[in-house]
Design a protein. Sequence first.
Length: 369
Amino acid sequence: MIRQLVYLALCLQVVWAQCDSQNCKLPNCRCMDTSPPGGLDPKDTPQLVFLTFDDSITSNNYKNYTAILANRQNPNKCPISMTFHVTHKNTDYTYAYDLYYKGNEMASESVTHKTPVDLWMNMTTSEAVEEIGGMADMLELYAKIPRSSVKGYRAPFLQTSGDMTFRALQQVGMQYDHSFPTSKDNRYWPYTLDYGMTHECVVGHCPEGYYPGFWMVPMIMLNGLDDKGCAMADACYLPENAARTFTYLKNNFDRSYNSNRAPVGISLHAAWFQGWKWTLDGYIQFLDYIQQFPDVYIVSVSKGLAWMKNPVPLSQVASSPAFACPTVQPPSCLARNCYYNDDDGNDVVMRSCSACPPNYPWVGNVQGN
């Protein structure tokens, strides 16, 4: 009986959340769909590739990031761009500054990324505001990155507290979430939550409310070489060498490129490149492969959404403002080493573009007062 009631409730929710495509129109609204925006044919649609990385930006992974970015251009001759979902501890804000002003996107993942996972599942809106908004504030304070440019969020462990988190996202000015997987067979394009979250809820505590104009960027599950799915690329079976790494990434790219051209997301923790040199080698081979295509654009999530809001066909993509070359003049960054003890008494060094605050910045006290 309970199962029947739950099933009925889910059916009613789907009916209630049915998106009205006549009233839901770009640039501010889009229904969930497997088709490209603007009525474009897949063959006339740029294949977007989102390269995203989670957690802190350190000297070790900065070397990998710059190796990935080095001399790479999209077909319009502008540099490729990636998205970094940043956490505070161990982040070198001078490197965040450098990556941002090279044209990449900085997004929030939280200040603490604390454990256990249940803390994020049961987090209140006010707590989420401090975690999500606090990280965006720190990027502005210590990396001199405009607060308004921090538009996206990925939940630690891909775990939110449903509507509590989404109310917080709106309060702190986020414009999209990139935390919710789909099954590997559902290749949905990003859509807005004017009619609620309408793709399947793979991870629990999904939002049930409506959030007009707020974008959901589904994480289309990748298919591992063992045929098992994973939302984060490093959660699939670890390839044994560079050739297998390349094959794994290529296979997942081909699934989108040869079908509906839904954005290909390669979401990683930087640790995937540490300890196994072949993963970085295979990853770079994969980028070399996809850059042979004249219709593939490796862009940050925000740039991809900007194109979706005003989609143009391939013949006009090269001149689209969404994919334009970086033009922002960076402010000065005088690198400083800030020395602290954390709450556990451990020595902490924070690299900052701004004056060192008197105390170690943390959730609820991002200015370190």
